[in-house]
Design a protein around this ligand. Structure first.
Ligand SMILES: *[C@@H]1O[C@H](CO)[C@@H](O)[C@H](O)[C@H]1NC(C)=O
Ligand SMILES: *[C@@H]1O[C@H](CO)[C@@H](O)[C@H](O)[C@H]1NC(C)=O
Ligand SMILES: *[C@@H]1O[C@H](CO)[C@@H](O)[C@H](O)[C@H]1NC(C)=O
Length: 551
């Protein structure tokens, strides 16, 4: 995996990411808030590892909340999830809580929780014995995609089998399920599936004194939402799912075509670069085709002449075409910051600007000094493989999946495949079965209206997925945010924010077929968190054509 190492130089001030020690917080059977990270609140809640055995061992769910500022008009708590699977909700609130508060307004608490196996929730699914071991193996995985030039797919299959074996040994349990036995003996990795996570959400709401759940979930968070809608439709007060995974694919372990729209996102990169002009886009050309050719020359130069960087933020490394493309793929998720980043990096490669390129780091970033809730972990595999049905893919199956991915997105398909084929490989023959796996269907009529949102062009959750899911749950309504990026969240406009807020407050859905215009344009605008005005203008009024136009 690849990360911009800036995230690892975490500030240690009073309200910074390292200011709070989660493990020092006593877990309790009720939510007992403790101040944390400035004016936020934190708690650890005991929940049954297995809800069918309430007196058995427990998991401790980490909760972090920005309390509603407007206590007089208080309306309740919105539980949020950032996706992954394996994205910690507490870190989502730490990094994005202000944005979420501004979208939904001061009458709601914003609460993130770390789903089982992740973040500050315990047991944390870390299958390696040390950060050093985990990093060594993640580097090996980061270098795996040299297909078809070598046997890297074969090696990757073996790597992922190794992870499965380590996880089984540490978190698969002893086969004993006795009341007196501890979580380790029961096998925590057998209880991290999405069906258990939605029970936790219902439990969290109940413990807050709110009998029904208000929820906003992004990406894999939409899979959580679909489980909630299928398993506990009567427990939903309000729900927005944004950047939608197709639950039918999910339950069948099939997700090869989630990258179908990557080409459209890349086209958007070329076009917005051209439109922005040479002063804003550092690899500007007169036409989209011109920009495309320029990017291809950059890739060719990296392929033929990788750049050695002796002193990067993560230590010495060599910038290869592979690493560059991985950065590009990640940047496609959030065009407002990502597109300029791609253009600047491409320019830096052209000019061999080592100072700029030294801000790219590979997996060698040393996180061993950080607390466990910022460490690498294998919860993604445990959750996803646990939700998927058992299967064994042959090498031929893996290769053909990879070829499909490459065919879908020329040149970038191999890197996009890290989120499709790679997990599929890891889950093939996964040795830990979920006890409470939900086999489906993820469908059904809803007793309350539910809002579905998507950007027009999404690199990993295409609009088609949102349409598929909306059709399976009568009561859901789709809102499209024009523009590119992962989920409407990254492309957010005042229009979409206003509709989301009004829905949370009143339950009112926008008219069928509504889409919101792109308000912020990559290369030209930066992210704007001032959603308040639009939402206030909208509040209590019917939808008007000024705010929403039909697609
Ligand atoms: C676990 O890994 C995921 C990525 O798969 C990452 O987002 C998360 O921060 C990691 N750490 C914890 C403790 O969950
Ligand atoms: C769980 O019980 C086993 C067997 O008694 C013991 O070896 C292990 O240390 C216990 N683990 C925890 C986390 O308490
Ligand atoms: C939507 O459903 C169709 C028909 O089942 C399927 O072929 C397609 O892969 C789905 N698309 C997504 C992105 O889930």
């Amino acid at each position: 995996m690849l990360a911009l190492a800036a995230a690892t130089v975490l500030p240690r001030q009073d309200t910074g990411p390292l200011s709070f020690n989660w493990y020092a917080l006593e877990p309790a059977d009720d939510i007992k808030w403790t101040p944390c990270f400035g004016s936020q609140l934190c708690a650890r809640l005991n929940v049954p590892l297995d809800y069918s055995t309430p007196n058995g061992p427990t998991a401790q769910i980490a909760l972090q909340m920005i309390p509603a500022a407007d206590k007089e008009n208080y309306q309740g708590t919105i539980i949020v999830n950032p996706g992954g699977p394996s994205g910690p909700g507490t870190q989502f609130v730490l990094g994005n809580g202000i944005k979420l508060s501004r979208i939904f307004g001061p009458t709601f608490d914003i609460l993130g929780f770390d789903p089982r196996g992740t973040g500050a929730t315990t047991p944390l699914i870390q299958c390696f014995n040390s950060v050093k071991e985990a990093n060594a193996w993640s580097i090996a995985l980061g270098m795996m995609w040299d297909y078809p030039h070598d046997t890297s797919v074969q090696r990757t299959r073996a790597h992922t089998q190794l992870i499965g074996q380590l996880c089984k040994d540490k978190f698969g349990g002893s086969g004993k399920e006795e009341l007196g036995a501890n979580a380790t003996e029961w096998g925590p990795a057998r209880f991290v599936g999405t069906a258990s996570v939605v029970r936790d959400m219902v439990r969290i709401s109940e413990k807050l004194g709110q009998p029904k759940v208000r929820y906003y979930g992004v990406s894999y968070g939409t899979t959580i939402g679909q489980h909630l809608a299928a398993l506990f439709p009567d427990k939903i007060e309000r729900m927005i799912i944004d950047g939608v995974q197709d639950g039918h694919h999910w339950l069948n372990g099939y997700n090869y075509d989630i990258i179908t729209d990557v080409g459209d996102v890349i086209d958007d990169f070329y076009q917005t670069c051209v439109a922005a002009g040479p002063s804003k886009c550092s690899i500007w050309e007169k036409t989209a085709l011109g920009v495309k050719r320029r990017v291809e020359r950059v890739l060719d130069s990296l392929r033929n002449d990788p750049i050695p960087i002796a002193h990067s933020v993560g230590g010495p490394f060599v910038l290869t075409e592979d690493i560059f493309l991985q950065v590009v793929f990640t940047d496609l998720y959030s065009p407002l910051s990502g597109f300029p980043d791609i253009a600047q990096l491409a320019r830096a490669v052209e000019t061999r600007d080592i100072t700029r390129l030294a801000h790219v780091a590979d997996g060698a970033v040393d996180t061993s000094a950080l607390p466990p809730w910022y460490q690498p972990n294998e919860s993604l595999f445990a959750i996803e493989c646990g939700d998927w049905p058992p299967y064994t893919d042959s090498l031929r199956d893996s290769l053909s999946a990879l070829r499909k991915s490459i065919a879908l997105v020329p040149r970038l398909g191999l890197y996009a495949a890290s989120s499709t084929t790679h997990v599929r490989m890891a889950c093939s023959g996964w040795p830990i079965a979920q006890k409470n796996r939900f086999a489906g269907p993820l469908a059904g009529a809803l007793p309350v209206p539910v809002l579905v949102t998507s950007s027009r062009y999404d690199p990993v959750t295409p609009l088609a997925g949102a349409r598929n899911v909306t059709a399976r749950y009568p009561g859901m309504r789709l809102l499209v945010q024009e523009g590119a990026g992962h989920a409407a969240y990254t492309t957010m406009s005042k229009c979409t924010a206003g509709i989301m807020r009004a829905y949370m407050i009143t339950g009112e859905l926008p008219p069928e077929g509504t889409s919101c215009k792109r308000e912020l344009v990559p290369f030209v605008d930066v992210e704007d968190l001032e959603y308040d005005l639009a939402a206030q203008a909208r509040f209590g009024r019917p939808f008007s054509h000024r705010l929403a136009h039909r697609s």
